[in-house]
Ligand binder design. Structure first.
Ligand code: FAD
Length: 463
């Protein structure tokens, strides 16, 4: 049984791995020259890694960790202390962290009381508003809150505006690249529940080298070792249909015709929408995908000639064009200080710029200048440092905007079309669009495909 998968991000690779494990023959087609999609990494002319975006793993990403282990990359992640570190002006930091050595919810309570990010009034309002959520919140409750924005939820629960702006706005921007008065309450509450319940689940991890070398490359090697085929520079153009609406073949932009027994789209939703055959739009399943709109985001990398910070963790900031960032020369030292490219022992900052709708058309040098100015205000050492080079990756449509009401339109991996399936971070699984969500969707599509189209066993084939 041949399966053709289109899209070589985490979802497509995860689907390929699980289908190969089940004994299917798999061919994967990716439109770009590199695999990885939103976690892809490529080299500049100096040999330095350019990332599509700074990527952080949560301890609770069980599926992703098990997939990494499965492909022999269990050591891919460097775990950091669990702390929300906010960079403030002139080299100061404020921190929100759990009190170590105490069980939940006491660890959060004491940690929250000790935080210097917000004042006492904010702390009391946070305890009143969030403690019931940490103690009693469950998946059903989070889903039920998809009808309002996080700002509305926050106000209704009596938590102060200052706590929203200082603590949670950077988190909302880091999660989905949109403001708290735009994002649905659901993903924010899910994250609080994480942070509030289990130390292991909430801690941050960085890829030891970069997402490609630490994760995508081991996945690629696994697919090839199991006999799968991977074709890059192979863009899906359209599906050709049988009279009953099922897929007869897929046509690539090169004109090549791909025939298989089953077809899986692992494209981002905005790309898949362009390939949906008109005949399928009679199904709500496909029409509902037009509710999804991509979030614009940009990732900026800056190479300095000296260290401007010594913080080995994710950092957040407010009042800056970047919401979250890290010095990857410290956090992912296997790649960014490995001695190649421009490595001088200086800082390499990777910064996620959000919201980014107003940045997409702005010239890159103007954006970089703004980011450097903001960094100088935060880190005194940046004022003396020389900027060696910069890169800017703009993604006009990245993950879908998790706005109120959209969650219910997330499609199941099994479509109404007999031989056609969907996976990708936007499809239905318990996480919002994320690496974990993409990995889960790949497992789910393999399970649903094998349930609907069981692989013929050897005896049947011989008969
Ligand atoms: C800046 C940034 C920072 C992020 N940070 C984090 C983080 O810290 N933690 C986290 O968990 N998540 C993070 N994410 C989200 C995460 O990257 C995504 O949710 C996840 O990688 C999506 O995987 P996917 O396989 O579903 O889709 P994608 O990665 O988008 O893969 C889809 C693939 O399909 C290919 N494709 C598109 N059209 C075609 C076509 N016509 N034919 C063939 N191939 C096609 C694309 O080139 C791509 O390779 C971040 C995202 C961004 C943009």
């Amino acid at each position: 049984m041949n399966v053709a998968i289109f899209g070589g991000g985490i979802a497509g690779l995860s689907a390929a791995i699980h289908l190969l494990d089940k004994g299917y023959r798999v061919s994967l087609y990716e439109k770009r020259s590199v695999l990885g999609g939103k976690v892809s990494v490529w080299k500049d002319s100096d040999g330095d890694s350019i990332e599509s975006g700074l990527h952080v793993v949560f301890g609770g990403y069980k599926e992703l960790q098990s997939l990494l282990k499965h492909v022999g990359a269990e050591d891919a992640i460097l775990w950091k202390d669990l702390a929300l570190i906010y960079a403030e002006k002139d080299g100061k930091t404020t921190t929100f962290e759990k009190q170590k050595g105490l069980p939940s919810p006491y660890a959060e309570l004491l940690g929250g009381l000790k935080t210097n990010v917000v004042n006492w009034r904010d702390k009391l309002s946070l305890i009143r508003g969030l403690l019931p959520l940490i103690l009693f919140g469950d998946e059903d409750y989070f889903r039920s809150q998809d009808c309002i924005t996080y700002s509305d939820w926050h106000a209704r629960h009596g938590v102060t505006e200052n706590a929203l702006q200082r603590l949670w706005r950077p988190i909302s921007l880091a999660l989905n690249f949109i403001e708290p008065n735009v994002i649905s309450a659901r993903p924010m509450l899910t994250i609080f529940n994480y942070f509030g319940r289990n130390y292991e689940d909430a801690r941050f991890g960085f890829f030891k080298a970069n997402p490609n070398d630490s994760m995508i490359e081991p996945m690629r090697r696994y697919v090839l070792k199991k006999g799968g085929a991977i074709h890059c520079n192979a863009r899906l153009k359209e599906f050709l249909l049988h009279d009953d609406g099922s897929v007869q073949a897929a046509l690539l932009a090169s004109g090549e015709r791909i025939e298989a027994d089953a077809y899986v789209s692992a494209l981002p939703v905005h790309s898949f929408k362009k390939t949906i055959p008109k005949a399928w739009l009679k199904y709500d399943y496909f029409r509902n995908l037009f509710h999804f709109v991509g979030s614009p985001v940009a990732n900026c990398q800056l190479w300095f000639d000296r260290k401007i910070t010594d913080i080995d963790n994710l950092m957040f900031a407010h009042g800056t064009s970047f919401a979250t960032f890290a010095d990857v020369s410290i956090a992912c030292a296997d790649d960014y200080q490995a001695g190649q490219g421009t490595a001088t022992g200086g800082s390499v900052l990777s910064l996620v710029l959000a919201p980014a709708h107003h940045l997409i058309d702005l010239p890159n040098d103007v954006i970089v200048e703004q980011v450097v100015k903001e960094l100088k205000a935060l880190f005194p050492k940046a004022r003396e440092a020389k900027l060696l080079k910069s890169s800017l990756v703009k993604i006009p449509e990245s993950v879908y905007k998790a706005v109120p009401g959209v969650d219910r339109f997330r499609p199941d991996q099994a479509s109404p079309i007999r031989n056609f399936f969907l996976c990708g971070d936007y499809t239905y699984q318990k996480y919002l669009a994320s690496m974990e969500g993409a990995a889960l969707s790949g497992r789910a599509v393999a399970e649903k495909l094998s349930a609907r189209l069981p692989k013929r066993n050897r005896i049947e084939l011989l008969a």
